[in-house]
Design a protein around this ligand. Structure first.
Ligand code: NAI
Ligand code: MG
Length: 371
């Protein structure tokens, strides 16, 4: 609905020219925005329908056509979406879906010479491949990639509120969230209390089938993802991390991983630096704001960050220091169709949602008319 509103609000601007040698001439100068053309949208499996809509909405509002490639793990909602667009009366060819894996279908799609813009959400590794492929044809591209988002608890905070918030920031969607709060920094005098509380939350989560209303956390998406996440927990342990909750696979059937909290980690540990994309939190104490800002930014990623505090002065001092595309205060992973979402640093290029997303599907044409 938000993006539909933009369809009637795409505007250029009129200009008074200032070219000295042409001052006598009567010039009409204006800009117009035009749809960029054919859009290839390549999306991941963690929020398959939602992320597809993030691409489709602004593309259609701008007047583009779309070829969507869903992740190989989750093609069904994309196909259902295509059926719904037919039912809704979209002209043939405006919205298209091709299913298949990355190398076989995604790669040829993004490097196709008739594609004008690629919009990708997924791993930083594949995002870089796609960016390189796009430059060959000067295909426009936006990338929404991985993260290792910090959750920063200041010393004035109510420990129970902060712990509940931190647990939700990492365990929501089993941690398979690009902006998951996967690094927890707590001011050192509150560290033990808050981290013990988060570990309690982790132990109390009920794991179960995704359609079981009593289940608070389901399985991970695939065997591959479960193995990757459990592998990281083992790497953490071997580098000296202390396991405060969880610590591996849950049960023998399905791809369940225990909600896991690791402490006694160091900034250079792989579990602190790399995106795990599962229910695994690393927790570290800090002294003061400058120190925690430096640690929060000591990451190749810059997608999100949350601050937990009611001290307005401290919060406002910290917000400009954080290298993150979204900063949340006393909440985490808040998204709105009107608010741009995307990454600093290796978390991506460009923004989904908001007016910024629309711009990525438009070209700007400057027109001079000598009248
Ligand atoms: P991926 O980045 O390989 O897959 C995402 C999409 O890209 C899928 O549709 C896939 O088919 C496609 N793809 C893969 N290789 C491609 C290529 N060469 N050219 C064009 N398209 C290609 O992610 P994967 O392998 O499923 O997950 C690996 C890790 O990536 C996860 O553990 C997580 O850390 C990260 N990830 C991050 C996401 C995010 O939302 N930022 C979403 C999914 C994964
Ligand atoms: Mg992959």
């Amino acid at each position: 609905r938000y993006m539909a509103g933009w369809a009637t609000k795409i505007e250029g601007s009129t200009h008074e020219h200032s070219v000295p040698f042409a001052l006598q001439a009567q010039m009409v100068a204006y800009t117009r925005r035009e749809p960029v053309g054919v859009v290839a949208a390549v999306v991941p499996w963690n929020f398959p329908l939602l992320v597809a809509i993030w691409k489709l909405g602004p593309a259609l509002a701008a007047g583009c056509t779309v070829v969507l490639k869903p992740a190989e793990q989750t093609p069904l909602t994309a196909l259902m979406l295509a059926e719904l667009t037919q039912e809704a009366g979209f002209p043939p060819g405006v919205f298209n879906v091709v299913t298949g894996d990355g190398p076989g279908t995604g790669a040829p799609l993004v490097s196709h010479p008739l594609v004008n813009k690629v919009s990708f959400t997924g791993s930083t590794e594949v995002g870089k491949l796609i960016g390189h492929a796009c430059v060959d044809h000067m295909t426009r591209f936006t990338l929404e990639l991985g993260g290792k988002s910090p959750v920063i608890v200041l010393d004035d905070c109510d420990p129970a509120t902060a712990a509940a918030g931190a647990a939700n920031a990492i365990f929501f969607n089993h941690g398979q969230v690009c902006c998951a709060g996967s690094r927890l920094y707590v001011q050192k005098k509150m560290f033990d209390r808050v981290v013990a509380d988060v570990a309690d939350h982790a132990r109390q989560l009920t794991l179960g089938h995704g359609l079981d209303p009593a289940a608070q956390m389901g399985p991970l998406v695939s065997q591959e993802q479960m193995d990757r996440v459990c592998g990281y927990i083992d790497i953490g342990r071997s580098q000296g991390a202390e396991v405060l909750a969880g610590g591996g696979r849950a049960g023998e059937r399905g791809y369940f991983v225990q909600p896991t909290v690791l402490a006694s980690v160091r900034p250079e540990h792989r579990v602190v630096r790399e995106e795990i994309f599962g229910p695994v939190l690393v927790a570290m104490p800090y002294d003061d704001l400058d120190e925690v800002a430096a640690w929060a930014n000591d990451s190749p990623f810059g997608l999100g960050a949350s601050i937990w505090s009611n001290n307005l002065s401290q919060v406002h001092r910290l917000i400009p220091k954080l290298q993150a595309g979204s900063v949340w205060v006393n909440c985490h992973s808040m998204l709105d169709p009107g608010m741009p979402f995307g990454g600093y640093k290796q978390s991506g290029i460009g923004r989904d949602m908001g007016r910024a997303a629309l711009d990525a599907y438009l070209e700007t044409k400057s027109v001079f008319i000598n009248v």
